[in-house]
Design a protein around this ligand. Structure first.
Ligand code: SF4
Length: 380
């Protein structure tokens, strides 16, 4: 296949659905890690194609959703300072902190700018030498290399007015933590393909072996996801627990060596809190000491920032696959995309936002007028 449309081909979707139905003999629970994968599943109603007892649960792979409240509050405190020009991706602006969000800070006079790349923030620093520019660096291993490039570029240019508030997180430690939890019910993972384009597949092999779970590196289109599910159930039914690469058109086993070297040079792994989940050992990046001058947490006083989650929000359980968004009493009632209580309702990759946006399509997508439509068990 050459074009993205071919990965949305209803005939192929049905073919993989039939393979899954022919393979499955008992109940299984599979987690897709990435919020982009969750959106595809909910948007196209892919879960409706699965046989009874085969359950897809949604994982913590939305970087906006897992950025801890404490970090959002630090961002708010830094962004409110009169000497700061705070640069952030757009979807972080409406993520609620304890009291407000970045959009409110902007409305109150804070200099908050939306950027599309960390290098845009470097450009801002060059244009505004009288301001300290702080970039809110959020994302998984996928986006971390661009942040590393920006810091390296700032150093090369000798910029003294650029730094990052680093909230980058790493996927393999999160999978490890989920599988080690007593509440875990996940028996196989669809790993996020884009993360593996950078990091490769090797980091997953020890996890698959230690926890006895299949891990399928999977893409983001409907055919990718159903093929990934089929590969997972094929392993589960055969009692195998291996790493397989469904997304071979983009992922090499070793990943992107140049990007990995860049990450290694600039960052070190540190313990990091995940929103709703808690601290996961060695699951975040921090700039190495040689780049400490570009670390906003070390440059600007943010200690003592308190964090108070909404007592109604069950995002932690949603992000661990224990609950689905509609299980939350606030879903669509006191929590909506217009007035979100938690990050999964804000982010374009959040599971709650996906269910809210696409729930009317969750039985079977009109994109796939399929003979399976009558056989599907219906989605959420
Ligand atoms: S629906 Fe809203 S309150 Fe409930 S878990 Fe999702 S983000 Fe939190």
């Amino acid at each position: 296949m050459k074009y993205v449309d071919e990965y949305r081909d209803g005939t192929l979707v049905r073919r993989y659905a039939e393979r899954i139905r022919a393979t499955v003999t008992r109940p299984w629970t599979i987690m897709e890690i990435c919020g982009g994968q969750t959106h595809t599943i909910v948007k196209y109603g892919l879960d409706a194609f699965l046989p009874e007892g085969l359950t897809l649960v949604h994982g913590p792979g939305c970087p906006v959703c897992v950025t801890p409240l404490e970090m959002i509050d630090k961002a708010l405190a830094i962004a409110a300072r009169p000497d700061i020009l705070f640069a952030s991706f757009g979807d972080m602006l409406r993520v609620p902190g304890s009291g407000k969000d970045l959009l409110t800070v902007k409305a109150e006079g804070g200099m908050v700018r939306i950027v599309y790349s960390p290098l845009d923030a470097v450009a801002l620093a060059r244009r505004h030498p009288d301001k300290q520019v702080v970039f809110f660096a959020v994302g998984f291993e996928t986006t971390a290399p661009a942040t590393a490039m920006a810091v390296r570029q700032a150093k090369r240019l000798g910029l003294k007015n650029f730094s990052i508030l680093c909230a980058h997180v790493l996927v393999p430690p999160a999978i490890d933590a989920l599988l080690s939890s007593p509440a875990n019910r996940v028996q196989a993972f669809l790993a996020a393909g884009h993360v593996c384009t950078v990091m490769g597949c090797e980091a997953y092999r020890p996890l698959a072996a230690r926890h006895r779970v299949p891990i399928i590196v999977t893409g983001f289109e409907p055919v990718d996801l159903l093929q990934g599910v089929w590969l997972a159930v094929r392993q589960l039914e055969a009692g195998r627990a291996e790493v397989e690469n469904q997304y071979a058109r983009a992922v090499r086993p070793e990943g992107n060596r140049q990007a990995r070297r860049l990450l290694e040079d600039l960052f070190e792994p540190v313990d990091r809190a995940w929103r709703g989940i808690g601290v996961i050992p060695k699951s975040g990046y921090r700039l190495r000491n040689a780049f400490a001058g570009y670390d906003a947490e070390r440059r600007f006083e943010t200690a003592g920032v308190g964090a108070q989650e909404s007592s109604l929000c069950i995002a932690g359980l949603v992000l661990q696959g224990v609950k689905k968004p509609q299980d939350c009493p606030a879903f669509g009632v006191s929590c909506t995309p217009e007035r979100p209580l938690g990050a999964p309702m804000v982010s374009s990759e959040g599971a709650c936002a996906a269910y809210h946006r696409y729930r009317s399509y969750s039985i079977v997508s009109p994109s796939f007028p399929s003979p399976l439509a009558g056989e599907g068990r219906g989605g959420g």
